[in-house]
Design a binder for this molecule. Structure first.
Ligand code: HEM
Length: 126
């Protein structure tokens, strides 16, 4: 039987831990603070829903909000190459904190790297 990445990493519980470890860092990252809301509760809830379906689990995000259209939803925010790297460094550290193991860790991180670079919507230097 082929497991989804969602199942392989331990499902909902692991995603919840990852998202909490991630936003704890986003909240403190000087490059990210200016574009994120002060209260990250709702942002964190949406990310949990999104990652669930991104990793092959229940389609929580689309059930509530339809097609993610992630790039379009990010257009109101200036996402520089530096901010994409900041986002990825918070994710990298969050994966370390929760002890996400390989091969899933590298596989998921590389998909997120691709997605993060796709969100870049300005070549303004930062
Ligand atoms: C929402 C920044 C990459 C998934 C947001 C918001 C910001 C943001 C500022 C709005 C927060 C709010 O108002 O609640 C960034 C930056 C990125 C990045 C700087 C760097 C490249 C990503 C990636 C993913 C992602 C790679 C997917 C894995 C989401 C989701 C939402 C969101 C699901 C919620 C959308 C909604 O409101 O429905 N992001 N993001 N983001 N981001 Fe990102």
């Amino acid at each position: 039987m082929n497991q989804t990445p969602y199942e392989a990493i331990g499902g909902d519980e692991t995603i919840k831990k990852l998202v909490a470890a991630f936003y704890k860092r986003v909240a403190k990252h000087p490059d990210l603070i200016p574009i994120f809301p002060d209260d990250l509760t709702e942002t964190q809830r949406k990310q949990h829903q999104f990652l669930s379906q991104f990793l092959g689990g229940p389609t929580l995000y689309s059930d509530e909000d339809g097609h993610p259209m992630l790039r379009a939803r990010h257009l109101p925010f200036e996402i520089t190459p530096g901010r994409a790297n900041a986002w990825l460094s918070c994710m990298d550290e969050a994966m370390d904190e929760i002890g996400l193991e390989n091969p899933m860790r590298d596989q998921i991180f590389s998909r997120l790297t691709f997605t993060a670079h796709h969100m870049v919507n300005t070549d303004k230097l930062d």
